[in-house]
Design a protein around this ligand. Sequence first.
Ligand code: PGA
Length: 253
Amino acid sequence: MRKQIAAANWKMNKTLTEGTTLLNEILSADFNLTENQELLFAIPFPYLINTSSMIEGKENMFIAAQNCHHKVSGAYTGEVSVSMLSSIGIKYCLVGHSERREYFAESNQTLAEKVNLCLAENIKPVFCCGESLSIRDSGNQNEYVGNQLNESLFHLSEEKISNVIIAYEPIWAIGTGRTASAEQAQEMHAHLRSVLATKYGNDVANNISILYGGSVKGANAAEIFSMPDVDGGLVGGASLVAGEFVQVIKGLK
Ligand code: PGA
């Protein structure tokens, strides 16, 4: 059975003190995770070690990196490699968030390299995809997002792709307060699962978690997550407020 996942993406927010306070508030809140539910916290690089120690021994909770470099090592000042992440025990990494694609010109090809490096180090990539408003308005969103998967993931073996998590995040819904309707999310998620099934077969496709992202918050999480092909969410703004994120967690199937 595929995992149901609530993933927090702090982006470039919070100082160390603010971040550890937030994480403490969430960890001490009253919620229970079932065996099939997971929490991820995508945290800025400088706090990965501190926050990892805060969740040590907690079942089904993981600290994730927000990015990694697409080369193994070398003269790339300011960058962080996948093996560095692995060496501090990181098990998940966001790859290809739309902000990375837009502001740092990350292409589908570069993202394929990141995915390969992550999987080689036993780090599960949370592969982000999604279309802009103009693509949605033109009606080509299914083709566009399907192509993002094709160019960045479909070189992988069945075994490898089974360790990838997909996050569908329509760019027009990120940080805008404009959420895709539960039906719009379901429609795209079902499309992506069918594209995965065509390439890898139903068993593989049915075991890959596909998260929705874009203005998920406490008040809308349960409805969106109730859709059959939506396996939780990648949450930005609402993950910065403990009470909101706890509501999101409680919305998981
Ligand atoms: P948002 O961000 O929840 O603030 O819309 C989601 C994301 O970018 O992952």
